[in-house]
Design a protein around this ligand. Sequence first.
Ligand code: SF4
Length: 449
Amino acid sequence: MPKKRLNFRYFIHKFKEEKMKKVALHNLGCKVNAYETEAMQELLEKEGYEIVPFKEGADIYIINTCTVTNMADRKSRQMLHRAKKMNPNAIVVAAGCYVQAKSESKETDESIDIIIGNNKKQDLISILKEYQEKHDGIQKEIIDINHTKEYEELHLSKTAEHTRAYLKVQDGCNQFCTYCIIPYARGRVRSREKENVVAEVKQLVANGYQEVVLTGIHLSSYGVDLQGEDLLSLILAVNEIEGLKRIRLGSLEPRIITEEFAKTISGLEKICPHFHLSLQSGCNGTLKRMNRRYTAEEYFEKCELLRKYFDNPALTTDVIVGFPGETEEEFEESRAFVEKVNFYETHIFKYSRREGTKAAVMENQVPEQIKTKRSNILLELDERKRKEYEEKFIGKTVEVLMEEEVEKEGKRYQTGHTKEYIKVALESDENMQNQLVKIKIDNHSQIIR
Ligand code: SF4
């Protein structure tokens, strides 16, 4: 008798499983999260699930959430609610950083059926099966992320972009900047084995990708938990891969730029001379309150080192305005520093209070209208510096990795990026996607955003 009941339950479960095959995924946040979303998609595809657009309506919704700011939390929550509204009978999976941070408070959210924290995304398929079998209330899969040393292996053989693949090589952060919640949601530094990175790049190259972007939560820490490895040894190994044409580096911590690092990578033809060195402020007092572990002077030296070894590299950065206690003088110090460095691109963020961080409870929070004013000043500076940098390419012939075809005012253009990440358009009817093309830039209108 019990055996018969079991068979009946098995039949019901199989029936449900067969029916629930349409999955929609939605990513929020950074490139690391995007990598993990695409890797989860590959896991699902291998199991025979059908991936559908979010709006089409699905049986299972997977939201890979973000918690970097209070706004990111809100957006994550909204997407989860939207998914449940789209189909009240769907299984809604809340994955990643938003649920990892303070997971208990998410258990009462009725739109969530399954919670999957960081380092558990690789188990997605078995978690879904278990849930469909039991189906008794919310299922929670969270580990103590602050004490794990395990790097979660996920795999990617293709991405939504057809020419450039973002590759996750590292997770976690040990820096604890005072405004950032990420170390609490992602845990300590864990690096991917070099052999696994190399194997994945080879697979991507075999699938037609010519450019990879090495990314991580704190990429510069790559290897600190591995024997005898660091970011430089990883770059050298990836550089050896035949058929790969370009290696781009994700956001770097300025301190990684040493004479040896800059000199060695400048000798590698595949390295893109495009370096994103996270600055956050050009004022030493503010940097100290942020717990950034360099001074503006040290940062400047790193930029000079890159300029010594690379011809006109594209230096890009992030700057926060209105950090608690930032006075007019401090802001002016930061602005003058940004002006002095001559960045190609500055991403400007108004400081946003993140609950659970030291900076959120600091004194002298800066009013919103002052943040806006400072942000506008830097936006104007960014626009000017960007143009100045781009001007240097006019009259030159550059190599562009063609990505997509766009139509404007009845004309067709092929567009792509140079190694410096300048977007260039060529008027042509011929689809050149994934070709490396030499283009002479005659005027500024060929440079687009
Ligand atoms: S380096 Fe600082 S800003 Fe970047 S993830 Fe770590 S704590 Fe956050």
